[in-house]
Design a protein around this ligand. Structure first.
Ligand code: ADP
Length: 623
């Protein structure tokens, strides 16, 4: 199998090698060489942005790979009359082997240079003039190889905009340099602004050094605005970098700054209708790609690129208290510092809501937990109090029985003591009989003491001391306490106690109370019935429980009441309070056991309770 697969792969490789030999791949298209002529240094705004956008777009749109060459004019030294300098030689050398496929001249100075030197600079190569204001191209003569994309700066539109957003404006300081191109623009701007002369005073700063300009804009009268045109070179002949110049104006100027192009937008200008550098880059790239694709330049007619949608910087609007109501309707407001609240309102509300809900939930849980805890404590306390009351009242009810139970041994003690005295006063004294009588006295006394201790424990508090206890013993003790009561009610007692029953770890007093309550209930249940038999049995239940069953021959319990009877305050007796069985359940469950009732075989009810056997000891007949 493996061998076959190897042969198959080898054959495929060989086939593909043969195929590639037979059909060579089409050669990659040859790159198109493009000369990009900058009016200023390639880093100078706005051209730096336009050329970056143009490069990117051209690479995307051109049907051929682009090999871009860049050269720039040192415009500060360039006269608009156009005097060919070393640049021509430089670019000629650059393309000495082969002409470029396209020349792109960006900005008025580059456009003018290219057109003036058209016959000397690769006359057969197409030329795209772009980014030059239509005013600067007024007299341009384009050949069949040339095309132009003009821009329409329309400076009057910016003045209109200033007067719309700041209608109170009375002075507009015009920041512009003194290079030849800027001088051209001063004349153009003066012409364009003339129609506003009756509304505002234009303060022309073109004849000042940059420092003097700064001093001027730092002390402008109220209701002034600054129109920032360009500042390539000041009146002292010092060249300036636009971004830095604008930064200082923004820092020290006492009036809002407006301008004509968006390349400075975001750096301290208020905004308005401006030229979009992106538009210029995109439109230039489209036309360049068409020329590179073979279209004749003179057939490509491009309308001038106009001002873009009025765009404003929210930070500057705020800084100069310009109400948004003053902006043209279709304005775009950028850099809006919406604040955390506005920006994240939904999230903030959601988080707060979640926190509140969570807080409320936690609060409610704590409250509920506390409430339950308190209720439990209260119920435990009240159950303990009730149990205590129940025991006291039971002992009270049984006082006759108890008194009899105590009196009986006391009487026996007295008679036996008298007998012992008599045996001892005989001559000779009958020691053996006296000894027997005294032994009986000791037994009777300890029995009495046991009963008294039991009753004391039942009436007293702190009944929750756990010990290993013999349930059979508990039953016999309770029966002794109840003996008279049982006799009085003519109740026969039948015991079936499991002598092998292991002890249970419990509170002796509490379990005595359970047995006592169950026997009292049984006695009460048998008041109106005959025969009256009380059967008590103990047994081991399962592997680890001891069970006590107390059966009477009373009327029994209705099945629907089987659970009810263990609930507090459930009673069917006229003078009953319905707490005895609730106490029994509380005690038994508190010991990890359970209590329930079932019908007796013939008639009556059987109350059962189970308690966990002590793991440590076995039943040995005493507690
Ligand atoms: P009380 O004795 O005050 O009524 P208990 O909680 O001891 O309160 O008993 C609740 C109810 O259970 C009694 O009222 C009675 O209806 C029923 N009951 C308890 N033991 C028996 C029994 N051995 N036979 C029949 N009904 C019983």
């Amino acid at each position: 199998m493996a061998c076959g697969r190897f042969v198959g792969v080898a054959a495929a490789i060989a086939l593909s090698a043969l195929t590639s030999l037979a059909c060579p791949a089409a050669p990659a298209p040859e790159p198109r060489r493009v000369l990009l002529l900058h009016s200023f240094g390639p880093q100078f705004a706005p051209w730096s942005m336009i050329s970056a956008g143009l490069r990117e777009q051209l690479n995307e749109r051109s049907p051929y790979p682009i090999d871009l060459y860049e050269a720039s004019l040192q415009t500060e030294r360039f006269s608009l009359s156009g005097k060919p300098g070393p640049l021509l030689e430089y670019v000629s050398a650059m393309f000495s082997d082969r002409d470029p496929n396209l020349i792109i001249a960006m900005g008025a100075p580059a456009a003018r240079f290219a057109l003036l030197n058209r016959s000397r600079m690769f006359p057969s190569a197409p030329l795209l003039v772009t980014g030059a204001d239509e005013r600067t191209l007024r007299d341009a003569v384009l050949t069949a190889k040339d095309t132009a994309i003009a821009v329409a700066i329309e400076p009057e539109k910016q003045i209109e905009s200033i007067l719309q957003v700041l209608p109170e404006t009375t002075t507009i300081a015009v920041v512009i340099g003194d290079s030849p191109l800027e001088r051209f623009w001063v004349d153009e701007l003066r012409l364009a602004f003339a129609r506003f002369n009756d509304r505002v005073t234009f303060d022309w700063l073109n004849k000042l050094s940059f420092d003097e300009m700064i001093a001027r804009v730092a002390n402008l009268p109220p209701r002034s605005a600054i129109y920032y045109a360009t500042i390539r070179m000041d009146a002292r002949g010092v060249p300036h970098e636009e971004d830095r110049a604008l930064m200082r104006l923004h820092e020290l100027g006492t009036a809002p700054i407006f301008t004509y192009i968006d390349s400075y937008f975001g750096q301290g200008v208020v905004g308005g209708p401006m030229l979009s550098t992106q538009d210029v880059a995109d439109r230039s790239a489209i036309v360049a790609a068409r020329i590179l694709g073979g279209e004749a330049p003179d057939t490509i007619k491009s309308p001038a690129i106009g001002l873009a949608q009025p765009t404003f910087d929210w930070r500057e609007l705020s800084r100069w208290n310009i109400p948004e109501a003053n902006l043209p309707k279709d304005s775009l407001v950028l850099f809006r510092a919406s604040g955390l609240w506005a920006e994240y309102r939904a999230q903030v509300i959601a988080v707060f809501a979640a926190m509140l809900t969570q807080g409320a939930l936690i609060g409610w849980l704590i409250f509920e937990h506390r409430r339950r805890h308190l209720a439990e404590v209260r119920s435990r306390n009240s159950m303990a109090q009730l149990a205590q009351m129940n025991r006291v009242s039971t002992v009270g009810e049984l006082s006759a029985s108890i008194a009899h139970e105590i009196n009986q041994p006391l009487t026996g003690i007295t008679t036996r003591a008298s007998a012992a005295l008599r045996w001892l006063s005989r001559d000779p004294p009958e020691f053996q009989k006296a000894r027997d009588a005294l032994s009986q006295i000791v037994a009777a006394s300890s029995r009495t003491s046991e009963i008294v201790t039991s009753i004391r424990a039942m009436v007293g508090k702190a009944p929750d001391e756990r010990a290993d206890v013999d349930l059979n013993r508990i039953i016999t003790t309770v029966l002794e306490i109840m003996r008279i009561e049982l006799q009085r009610n003519e109740i026969d007692v039948a015991l079936a106690l499991d002598a092998t029953l292991r002890k249970v770890r419990c509170s002796r007093v509490q379990i005595e109370q359970v047995v006592l309550n169950l026997i009292i209930n049984a006695v009460e249940a048998m008041q109106s019935t005959r025969p009256r038999v009380l059967r008590i049995s103990t047994a081991t239940s399962g592997s680890d429980m001891a069970r006590v069953s107390i059966e009477d021959s009373g009327p029994g319990i209705e099945p629907s009441h089987a659970d009810q009877v263990f609930k507090a305050l459930f009673t069917t007796k006229p003078g009953g309070i319905g707490i005895g069985l609730a106490i029994c359940r509380s005690i038994v469950e508190g010991h990890g056991g359970r209590i329930w009732v079932s019908p007796a075989a013939h008639r009556g009810a059987v109350f059962h309770f189970e308690l966990p056997l002590s793991a440590a000891q076995k039943s040995s007949g005493g507690t």
